[in-house]
Design a protein. Structure first.
Length: 229
């Protein structure tokens, strides 16, 4: 995720674009699962988007042992979502690697998602070919090498197909932003809002005033303003 084919690098671009997506939510419960060699829940489902964004900003490469456990990451996310009563249950799974760790096969995790009516939108992050990657050398300091981009597109496409979602490829920041906007449009949910209007009856005040005026008119007509023949 430190490769710089997506500026400034894959993980920072993913964090910033995802944060913008979260901040645009309304009434959606959102959680955050992170995975590398294993997976865990960074943030349970919540409508406190500030917390989600804050935890996103704190993500760093190296927080978890190295590897790509796509099946485990998806499995943990399904576990968090399966009991939700929401009409639309969605997982956005972003990775830049090939599944090589974990105890759950990605397709098995996709079957679980489908069983609980959870759609999985998968995103492969990285350009085709080679990508510039930083290496910190204890003697010579930071230097850059070219690494082969190796995204498990076949698995990501299979996960999306099994669960009823879609697969996307993000080759730069602009395409990543477009992908999130498209997912947003695909997952619009209608919310029923019941409005209550409270009415206060004020008619008796002008009615009482009118009755007082009428009474005064009768009194005056038969006293001071009485007409003589």
């Amino acid at each position: 995720m430190l490769a710089e084919d997506i500026r400034p690098n894959r993980i920072e671009a993913a964090k910033e674009v995802a944060a913008g997506f979260v901040q645009g939510r309304r009434n959606d419960r959102i959680g955050l699962v992170i995975f590398a060699g294993r997976a865990f829940t960074q943030c349970p489902l919540t409508t406190d988007y500030g917390i989600v964004v804050s935890l996103l900003e704190k993500l760093e490469v190296g927080m978890i042992e190295d590897g790509t456990a796509i099946g485990s990451g998806l499995g943990v996310a399904v576990k968090r979502l399966k009991d939700s009563q929401a009409k639309s249950k969605v997982i956005i799974l972003l990775t830049d690697g090939r599944n090589n760790r974990g105890e759950i096969d990605p397709k098995t995790a996709a079957d679980l998602a489908a069983a609980y009516s959870i759609k999985v939108y998968t995103i492969g992050a990285g350009k085709e070919g080679l990508a510039r990657y930083p290496i910190d050398d204890p003697v010579f300091g930071r230097r850059y090498v070219q690494i082969q981009v190796d995204i498990d597109e076949e698995t990501l496409k299979s996960i999306a197909q099994i669960s009823g979602g879609r697969y996307f490829r993000a080759t730069d920041r602009s395409s990543l932003e477009t992908i999130y906007r498209e997912i947003d449009q695909l997952e619009k949910t209608e919310i029923e809002v019941t409005e209550f209007t409270r009415y206060s009856e004020w008619f008796h005040y002008p009615l009482a005033f009118a009755l007082v005026l009428l009474l005064c008119e009768i009194i005056f007509r038969n006293s001071w303003l009485r007409k003589l023949p």
